[in-house]
Write a protein that binds this ligand. Structure first.
Ligand SMILES: [Zn+2]
Length: 310
């Protein structure tokens, strides 16, 4: 790996430190502090020329001063193994154009989805970017209080906002969504939506509604989208999906019926695939050219899980 690429494997979120104003203030100015800078939620990165290896580009507080970003409000990400504090700072593209030196000082910045698809960055760093991006996106939409319309002020290193007028507290938003592989014996359902790349088929998914448990959400979404009745539902794994702040709850749903009735508003096509066909899809060798979601996605993991269950 090139010398400029220093990867961060793990941060302790140190959530108990967030409310310590003195700690956060001192940590921000510490010579040990490191800053991820995002431009419109896309992090500045370093990479080799071929972009086969990439890492977050970490800046020091001295850089933040040079860039004239000291009045921006950074998000506290956590502490590394040496207790060095890490922050993320999100600016917009216009702000980058008026910073000393101009935007080229920060370039390149690359959005998380592209970085994940390229597969050049360690998964731990993608996760950190997801953490920063989710909070940054929430910060942009939580500036006013939903109760009284008053201005909210940032607290807890960016993890809480408090209304200046009525005192109401606001916390980062997360949207739970179920993502499910519907199975029936040796077969499972993959579907294509209009918004997907051509020929990409994936698992079904949908948001959990208020008052619903995950199992009910799986049964409702599958019935709505492909008309199949679902019996037992089992939880497999979850994945943060910071576009902008979802949490995907990955499940298997056992089908009680097999006839497909598609909701044309959501599903362009859906088919039953055998395990052998699924393996072809994952290997990029399906005779019809059908492809799977990227390897870091939970849909991909559910597909592999089903094949391994044989
Ligand atoms: Zn208020």
């Amino acid at each position: 790996m090139p010398k400029t690429l220093t990867t961060v494997r793990h941060l302790d979120r140190a959530s108990q430190k967030r409310s310590d104003k003195d700690f956060i203030a001192a940590a921000q100015k510490s010579p040990e502090a490191r800053y991820m800078i995002l431009v419109d939620e896309a992090p500045a990165i370093v990479s080799n020329a071929e972009r086969t290896e990439a890492a977050i580009r970490w800046f020091k507080y001295a850089d933040i001063e040079t860039f004239d970003f000291v009045r921006e409000f950074p998000i506290f990400l956590g502490l590394d193994d040496n207790a060095a504090p890490y922050f993320a700072l999100n600016i917009n593209e216009h702000r980058s154009r008026i910073m000393p030196g101009g935007p080229f000082v920060l370039k390149p910045w690359v959005d998380l989805r592209t970085l994940a698809v390229q597969g050049a960055m360690q998964v731990e760093e993608l996760s950190l970017i997801g953490q920063a991006k989710s909070i940054a996106a929430w910060q942009l939409t939580a500036r006013c209080c939903g109760h009284c319309g008053g201005t909210t002020n940032i607290r807890d290193g960016g993890w809480r906002r408090k209304c200046w007028s009525c005192g109401q507290q606001h916390f980062p938003r997360m949207d739970p969504a179920v993502i499910m592989l519907v199975t029936h014996g040796d077969k499972c359902i993959l579907a294509h939506e209009e918004r997907f790349p051509d020929m990409m088929y994936s698992t079904l998914a949908g948001f959990v509604e208020p008052g619903e448990d995950f199992e009910d959400a799986v049964r409702r979404e599958v019935k709505e989208e492909v008309g199949v009745d679902i019996g037992p539902v089992s939880y497999i794994a979850s994945q943060p999906w910071p576009f902008p702040h979802s949490l995907m709850i990955g499940c298997l749903g056992e089908a009680l019926t097999t006839d497909l009735t598609l909701d044309p508003q959501e599903i362009a096509d859906a088919q039953w695939f055998t395990r052998t066909e699924m393996q072809q899809v994952l290997d990029g060798k399906h005779p019809d050219g059908i492809t799977a979601p990227m390897q870091y996605s939970i849909a991909h993991k559910l597909m592999r899980h089903f094949i391994a269950m044989k």
